[in-house]
Design a protein around this ligand. Structure first.
Ligand SMILES: Cc1cc2nc3c(=O)[nH]c(=O)nc-3n(C[C@H](O)[C@H](O)[C@H](O)COP(=O)(O)O)c2cc1C
Length: 279
């Protein structure tokens, strides 16, 4: 599976736009001036060791960004911008470009809603799901195609969501962000779809002002949409703030679960979906 870290050299960090990855990107002055992030684990903490005495190991907050574009284009540029902001905060943002992975479409079985075991197709999708599960936060970023979500992201939502995530909702309480990229039309609809998908997965979405919709048509145009990028920046900052807050809460309370997740998934107890689900 090919992935690219937007904070390192990789497929997304192409030679096409060499200036886009520097922080702050796109010749804009970043309006953000937040402190660095970091998840602090207390090593060797025992009942006789106070929080202050324990030696601390700081692990950077990890955000995985799913890029649903077919090209190294505007969505990738926006994620490079997001990665630069994350890097300034001491967080790591890894972009996974769906165009570079082996991802099959849904097969003809058509029984996702009734099956009680995971999708049996063999491709890179479960590996991406594992990366999401290992992250603190997840950004879903997709271009608008034909007034809807570009097909790579749509396929990923179908394969990952119905095939793997719906049984136990393993992304529960992770912090989510959503970015849509469009010339203009239906940017809001796609943003709304991806947001509902994050909420379905019981993720936490932090309000940060206007939605992160970036208006761009041709290659490089995203870098000119100052308002769109400002909204993306605010979203990333607030995501990292929330990740820090949740990790601080975990550290201070020792409780890993934050918001109760309740039923195993949202289908439990519904008459039409009263399945004996097990993996
Ligand atoms: C097949 C196709 C369909 C598109 N449909 C829309 C659309 O419905 N609304 C819109 O505003 N832009 C539409 N666009 C423009 C893209 O959203 C825009 O070029 C965007 O910047 C692409 O992002 P990318 O460079 O990351 O692929 C379409 C582009 C393509 C290639």
């Amino acid at each position: 599976m090919a992935t690219s870290s937007s904070t390192k050299a990789g497929p997304v960090s192409s030679a096409r736009s060499p200036t886009c990855c520097a922080a702050p990107a796109f010749s804009r002055k970043s309006p953000h001036n937040r402190p660095p992030t970091g998840q602090t684990y207390l090593a060797s903490r025992t009942s006789t060791t106070s929080v202050k005495e324990a030696s601390a190991v700081t692990v950077p907050a990890k955000i995985v960004a799913i890029n649903g574009s077919e090209r190294d284009g505007n969505t990738a540029d926006v994620l490079r911008y997001a990665a630069a902001i994350a890097e300034k905060r001491g967080a790591v943002l890894e972009a996974i470009d769906l165009r570079t992975i082996n991802m099959l479409r849904c097969g003809p079985c058509g029984n996702c809603n009734d099956r009680v075991i995971r999708c049996e197709q063999t491709d890179d999708v479960p590996g991406v799901v594992d990366k999401m599960i290992a992250a603190d936060g997840i950004i879903f970023a997709a271009p608008v195609h034909g007034f809807g979500t570009a097909s790579l992201m749509q396929t990923f939502i179908e394969r990952a969501g119905v095939g793997y995530l719906r049984f136990d909702r393993p992304l529960s309480n992770k912090v989510a962000g959503v970015i849509s990229v469009a010339r203009r039309y239906s940017a809001g609809e796609v943003w709304a779809q991806l947001t509902v998908n994050a909420l379905l997965n019981r993720m936490i979405i932090v309000g940060s002002g206007f939605p992160s919709e970036v208006h761009a048509l041709h290659l490089g145009d995203a870098q000119q949409d100052e308002e769109g990028l400002t909204n993306v920046g605010r979203m990333v900052e607030r995501m990292i703030d929330m990740i820090d807050l949740l990790n601080e809460h975990r550290r201070l309370t020792g409780r890993q679960e934050l918001l109760a997740v309740g039923d195993r998934n949202e289908r439990v107890g519904l008459p039409l979906n009263n399945l004996e689900e097990h993996l």
